[in-house]
Design a protein around this ligand. Structure first.
Ligand code: B4P
Length: 199
């Protein structure tokens, strides 16, 4: 698909617990809609890898499975979505993750008359996500995929991120998708569900 413009912009969010498949699905979904996929987790990890000031600030937070402060994350997303490649919209993966981040994004987009078209929530059983993350720990050795940190990330998700789902539900843009099964099956389910919503 050719890149979009402001006239036919699409703004999507993908949410779900750690291991639900957000990052796994984001690239293909963004490609299908012709918008950039922006993962706050990937941006933080690349800053840590490159030893930037931001990386040094967030390293221990990410390693513990807690959330980076809203002020830092909001600023980062605001600057990223102001770039030209986001004129036709974007897919945000892993943001917003707190009610404060939702409010920030709403206010920020509101100023430009833009809104979120759909929020894809991937629903996956807790034991399935724990299994997936354990497998990733073996394959990729991500420092936040140890058993204790995984459990903390799941607690943080339940406490901080689940409340945002109700907000988008009330706004009529929440699209629930079963995230279990093969990656290609989940990808098809997401596209079908969005099409059903007219997105
Ligand atoms: P993220 O990078 O968002 O980490 P995540 O929640 O684990 O998601 P990820 O995209 O990596 O995994 P996926 O569900 O695709 O965040 C990392 C950290 O950054 C956070 O803990 C926080 O500290 C910080 N952070 C990020 N955003 C923030 C924000 N907005 N505010 C504050 N802090 C923030 O699942 C991955 C695994 O599942 C893979 O191994 C994959 O192969 C497997 N998988 C996926 N789909 C599958 C399927 N259908 N079948 C089998 N396996 C599957």
């Amino acid at each position: 698909m050719t890149a979009r413009t402001a006239d036919n912009a699409v703004r999507l969010l993908i949410v779900g617990p750690p291991g639900a498949g957000k990052g796994t699905q984001a690239t293909g979904l963004a490609r299908a809609y012709g918008v950039p996929a922006i993962s706050t987790g990937d941006i933080f990890r690349s800053n840590i890898k490159n030893g930037t000031d931001l990386g040094l600030k967030v390293q221990s937070i990410i390693e513990s499975g807690s959330l980076v402060p809203d002020s830092l994350t909001n600023e980062l997303v605001r600057d990223r979505i102001a770039q030209d490649d986001c004129n036709g919209g974007f897919l945000l993966d892993g943001y917003p993750r707190t009610v404060e981040q939702v409010d920030f994004l709403t206010d920020h987009l509101g100023a430009s008359g833009a809104a979120i078209d759909a929020v894809v929530r991937l629903i996956v059983d807790t034991e399935v996500v724990v299994d997936r993350l354990r497998n990733r720990a073996v394959k990729e050795g991500r420092v936040d995929d140890t058993e204790t940190v995984i459990r903390n990330r799941l607690d943080v998700y339940a406490r901080e991120t689940e409340p945002i789902v109700a907000i988008y539900g009330d706004r009529g843009v929440l699209v629930d998708v079963d995230g279990e099964g093969r990656v290609d099956e989940v990808a098809k389910r997401i596209l079908d569900s969005l099409a059903e919503q007219g997105v």
